[in-house]
Design a protein around this ligand. Structure first.
Ligand SMILES: [Zn+2]
Length: 215
């Protein structure tokens, strides 16, 4: 694992968030995925009890310098460490024993996994995490749905589907789009959490400071 992966802002973001969760319940000690079928950052801290995710074949690649054991019902336990890739059908009940935190790349879920395709995509994703953050912003995997980092924002291009794009703040100021901002009294920071009724309403837009819940 290239050393520079651990200092990529997307990786430090998820590590920091996991460190703040060590005393929470199992559900909150896992940072989950959006199942985009592209490499996504995810992680957990401490042991996670038996559960099923019921999505399909998934791949994960351990990025952090940490070790643990994956138990899946009816299978021999697998000890994992940095750089390992595991394929799992997550309809199978599973649990992990983990010392400290683990951060990995996740890819899935698939009805049938394709090992070659997955390994290629995961390898490219690792390489993207070794490159300069800003110049390779679009290609680097992230914790999907993560709170905005300080140099990011969402912009809306006034399209009817109301898609908003996550991008670098410095890039957004050059576009015709509208930067979504926090609706908390007097706050002008970019919104990290967007009102579910946007663009009809934006009262619930919140920056990372005024966002509720875990971040
Ligand atoms: Zn705010």
């Amino acid at each position: 694992m290239p050393e520079s992966v651990s200092t990529h802002p997307n990786v430090t973001q998820i590590c920091d968030s996991l460190r703040a969760r060590v005393d929470l319940d199992d559900d909150d000690r896992v940072i989950g995925t959006q199942n985009t079928q592209k490499p996504e950052l995810y992680g957990w801290t401490g042991d996670i009890g038996w559960h099923v995710d019921n999505k399909g074949d998934v791949y994960f690649l351990i990025l952090s310098d940490s070790t643990g054991v994956l138990f899946a019902e009816g299978e021999t336990p697998i000890s994992y460490s940095q750089g390992d890739v595991i394929r799992m059908n997550d309809f199978t009940r599973h649990r992990v024993e983990q010392n400290g935190l683990a951060v990995g790349l996740f890819m899935g879920a698939f009805e049938y996994g394709d090992d070659t395709k997955a390994i290629n995509a995961l390898t490219e994703a690792v390489s993207a995490l070794t490159e300069q953050y800003k110049s390779n912003y679009d290609n680097a995997p992230r914790w999907e749905g993560s709170p905005l980092q300080d140099n990011e924002c969402y912009i809306w291009h006034f399209d009817e589907e109301c898609n908003y794009e996550r991008t670098l703040l410095e890039r957004a100021t050059d576009t015709q789009g509208m930067i979504l901002t926090c609706s908390h009294d007097g706050c002008t920071k970019p919104a990290s959490e967007i009102d579910h009724h946007f663009p009809y309403m934006s009262d619930q837009n919140r920056c990372t400071t005024h966002q509720r819940g875990l971040r």
